[in-house]
Design a protein around this ligand. Structure first.
Ligand code: BGC
Length: 442
C-alpha cells in the first residue's frame, strides 16, 4: 500500500493518497484544538463546548450497588453494578437493547419507556427495590446539575423529535415512574467519556490510593469525544466530535458527506464525521466509487461500519476471502481487484482517523501540561480503538511525530474496555459522597 501511495499512478493510489494526513497539518490541528479549548472554557466562540460535568475524581474507596443505564451507541444497556474493594467494579446483571431506525426518529418517550422496562426487568430479577441510578447519556447535553442534563442536538444517526432542550434525566425519571419504579432515582447523568476517565481513576486508586487519576477520557466507537480533568475548572466534556479545525485534511468525500447528511447537520460533528465508526465505512463506500464503481454501486449508504473496517483490516488471506464474504453478506459480488481497493482504502481512511485522534489528544494534553512535564494518562474505550488491528500503534506514532519520543513516552493510554456502566456507577458513588460532604463542585 505504501508503494502504491508513493506512485500516484493508478486511480486507487490517487484515492489512497487523498487520505494522507501529514505531520505539519496535524500539528496545526493540535494547536487549533488547544486554542479552541481555551476559548470554549471562557464562553468565547468555539466548536468545543467544554461542558461541565458536576463530578470530581474518585478516591478509589467508593462502594455500593448502582443501577445503570448506558445509552449512546448502536445499543443501550440497563444494568446493576457493584463497586468493591481494590477498584473492583462488577457488572452483576446487564440487558442490552437495540433500536429500530424508526425509533431513532420518533418521539423520545417510547425510547425512554423501552429503557425503563429494561431497568425494571434487571432490578426485579436482582431483587433490588430501591437504588440510585446513574444514566450515561452519550450525546451532547448541557448539565445544569449532576442530575439535570439538557439535550443539545443529537449525533450518531439519532434525531428524536422535540428532544432538544429537554432534561434527559427528567425524561428517564418520568419513564421509571410509568414503569412503577418510583424508588429507582436518577442520581447522576454523565457522558461516556467521563465514565471512562472515572473508571480508570477508580481502578488505579482502588489498587493504590496514591495513584494519579486519569487526565483524559476518550471514546472511539460509533461516535468520538474527549473529556479532560482541567483542575480548578473541573472535569469537562469537550464534545470534541464537533471540533471543526479539520479542513486541511478533508477530502471531497468528507465534504460531500458533511453536506448531504441532515443529522448531524452540515458543519456539525466534523471531526466525528472523519474519525468515528459510524462514518468510516460510509467514507469508504464513497471513495470506492472512484476505484471499484461496480462494488460501490451495490452498497447501500451506511451499510459499512467501523466493525466491517476492522474485519477488512484483519483479513490476511491471499484472495481476501473474508472481505469477499463480508461484501457478499451485504449483497455485493466483487473481483479481487475491488477487494484490494476496499482493503487499501479502508486502511488509509482508518490511518487518517487514528492520526486525527493522535493530533486531538496531543492538543488536549498540551492544554493540561504544555511541556508535558508530568506523566499523563488517557483512559480509552470504544469499538474502533479496541477492535481495529493496530489502531493504538497508529495513534502513538502520531504522538512521537508531534511531541518527540521523550514526551510521547510520558503519555500512557489505558484501555478500559466496557467502561461505561462501571464508570457510571463510580460517578453515582462519587455523587453520594459529595452530597454527604456537603460539597458541590463543577
Ligand atoms: C457524542 C458524545 C459521545 C461520543 C462517544 C458523540 O457522538 O456527541 O457525547 O461522548 O459520541 O460516544
Amino acid at each position: 500500500m505504501t508503494a502504491m501511495a508513493a506512485s500516484h499512478e493508478t486511480p486507487l493510489a490517487r484515492s489512497v493518497a487523498r487520505f494522507d494526513a501529514p505531520a505539519a497539518a496535524l500539528e496545526a490541528i493540535a494547536r487549533d484544538l488547544t486554542r479552541q479549548m481555551a476559548r470554549g472554557l471562557v464562553g468565547e466562540p468555539s466548536s468545543l463546548k467544554m461542558l461541565q460535568t458536576f463530578t470530581r475524581q474518585p478516591s478509589g474507596r467508593e462502594r455500593g450497588r448502582v443501577v445503570v443505564v448506558d445509552w449512546g451507541g448502536t445499543k443501550a444497556r440497563a444494568g446493576l453494578v457493584e463497586l468493591g474493594a481494590g477498584g473492583a467494579a462488577r457488572i452483576v446483571a446487564e440487558e442490552a437493547l437495540t433500536f429500530s431506525e424508526g425509533a431513532k426518529r420518533g418521539a423520545p418517550e417510547p425510547v425512554f419507556d423501552l429503557i425503563a422496562r429494561a431497568v425494571s426487568r434487571v432490578v426485579h430479577a436482582q431483587g433490588v427495590a430501591a437504588a440510585p441510578l446513574a444514566f450515561v447519556y452519550s450525546y451532547p447535553a448541557r448539565l445544569e446539575r449532576i442530575d439535570r442534563a439538557v439535550a443539545l442536538a443529537s449525533t450518531k444517526g439519532w434525531a428524536l423529535t422535540g428532544l432538544e432542550g429537554q432534561d434527559v434525566a427528567g425524561l428517564l425519571g418520568a419513564a421509571l415512574r410509568r414503569a412503577a419504579l418510583e424508588r429507582i432515582a436518577v442520581a447522576a447523568v454523565a457522558n461516556d467519556t467521563v465514565a471512562a476517565l472515572m473508571l480508570q481513576s477508580y481502578q488505579a486508586r482502588g489498587r493504590d490510593p496514591g495513584a494519579r487519576p486519569a487526565d483524559v477520557g476518550l471514546i472511539l466507537g460509533t461516535g468520538t469525544n474527549l473529556a479532560a480533568d482541567l483542575g480548578p475548572a473541573g472535569i469537562r466534556n469537550l464534545e470534541s466530535g464537533n471540533f471543526d479545525g479539520v479542513a486541511a485534511v478533508e477530502t471531497p468525500y468528507d465534504v460531500a458527506l458533511d453536506r448531504e447528511l441532515d443529522e448531524p447537520k452540515p458543519g456539525a460533528q466534523r471531526f466525528e464525521k472523519m474519525v468515528s465508526g459510524h462514518y468510516l465505512g460510509e467514507i469508504l463506500r464513497r471513495a470506492l466509487g472512484d476505484v471499484g464503481p461496480r462494488a460501490a454501486a451495490g452498497l447501500a449508504p451506511f451499510s459499512l461500519d467501523g466493525a466491517h473496517l476492522s474485519r477488512v483490516a484483519a483479513d490476511r488471506s491471499v484472495g481476501l476471502d473474508h472481505v469477499d464474504a463480508l461484501l457478499r453478506g451485504l449483497g455485493v459480488a466483487s473481483t479481487l481487484e475491488e477487494r484490494r481497493g476496499v482493503r487499501a482504502l479502508g486502511a488509509a481512511i482508518t490511518r487518517r482517523a487514528a492520526r486525527l485522534v493522535g493530533a486531538a489528544l496531543t492538543g488536549a494534553v498540551r492544554f493540561l501540561d504544555p511541556e508535558l512535564a508530568a506523566r499523563r494518562t488517557i483512559a480509552v474505550d470504544g469499538s474502533l480503538w479496541g477492535g481495529y488491528p493496530g489502531f493504538e500503534a497508529l495513534v502513538r506514532e502520531t504522538f512521537v511525530e508531534l511531541l518527540g519520543g521523550e514526551r510521547a513516552g510520558r503519555i500512557e493510554t489505558a484501555y478500559v474496555k466496557d467502561s461505561t456502566s462501571a464508570g457510571a456507577a463510580v460517578i453515582a458513588a462519587v455523587t453520594a459522597a459529595q452530597r454527604s460532604d456537603g460539597c458541590s463542585s463543577a
